[in-house]
Design a binder for this molecule. Structure first.
Ligand code: GLN
Length: 252
């Protein structure tokens, strides 16, 4: 499945973050090292970032492989940010192939990405319908499982949940209703929330900032693997990892 990455730290170019590292997101689009499902991530890509003084992120998304878009090389070289979320996509069968389905998704100040799948898509959407009003389902930006999961996260955020709590409760609720893999990344440009729920996740924090990613961008020191079933919260200075509490099934 896809690979994704979020960054907080000193101003860094998208090229230094995504393209230059020996095993960064660009290399992961054709040769990921820890991907458990799928071999390539050639079904589109996206990067979102925050500009100084503007809390609403900008996005660059395409339906082509990252390596096939020469324009992104130029944009990435001159775009510098203190907060970035980017992803390369391996589309789940039955989902729409176009740019609208490429992460990151956005709403206001948020950027969101999902690495994984809802098993049995699209039929399995019925299992989630009870958690989402029909009008929301019909107004999704793209016909893809990740957009449904993002709508569920948006609902939790709108109800006042903090970002890690919103992600963890969606993992718990969706896991109680159906099966799949639910690795999420969410940032507002100040903090990163992430889940490890079925696929790989790691993090590193050093003088260059904090990176939370599906897999290490290089063979340097300082990468930590996140145990499956965890929710992570990160700032540029601090990383916290806790278990996701499963939903208790009510006695009959
Ligand atoms: N299911 C999502 C999609 O189709 C994410 C896929 C992935 O993690 N490879 O885009």
């Amino acid at each position: 499945m896809c690979r994704h990455l979020a960054f907080l730290g000193p101003p860094t170019s998208l090229a230094d973050l995504l393209l230059a590292p020996a095993h960064g997101l660009l290399t992961q689009s054709w040769a990921p090292r820890r991907q458990r499902n799928g071999t390539m991530n050639a079904d589109g890509f996206g990067a979102g970032w925050y500009a100084p003084g503007d809390p609403v992120p900008a996005r660059y998304r395409r339906a082509v492989p990252m390596w096939a878009d020469a324009s992104f090389t130029d944009v990435a070289r001159v775009t510098t940010s203190t907060a970035v979320l980017a992803a390369v996509r391996s589309a789940t069968p039955g989902t729409t192939p176009d740019e609208a389905a490429a992460a990151p998704y956005t709403d206001g100040n948020w950027l969101f990405s999902h690495n994984g799948r809802v098993d049995g898509w699209p039929t399995s959407v019925a299992a989630l319908a009870a958690q989402l009003p029909p009008a929301r389902l019909l107004s999704l930006e793209a016909r893809v499982d990740s957009a449904v999961l993002w709508a569920l996260v948006q609902d939790r955020l709108a109800a006042g949940a903090a970002a890690p709590e919103a992600l963890a409760t969606v993992v718990a609720d969706v896991s109680a209703a159906t099966t799949g893999r639910f690795n999420f990344l969410l940032t507002d440009g100040t903090t990163i929330a992430a889940t490890a729920a079925g696929d790989t996740l790691c993090w590193r924090r050093n003088g260059s900032g904090t990176v939370v990613a599906s897999e290490p961008s290089d063979d340097g020191p300082g990468w930590h693997q996140v145990p499956d079933g965890s929710v992570l919260t990160a700032t540029a200075e601090h990383v916290d990892v806790r278990p996701i509490v499963p939903r208790r099934t009510e006695p009959a």
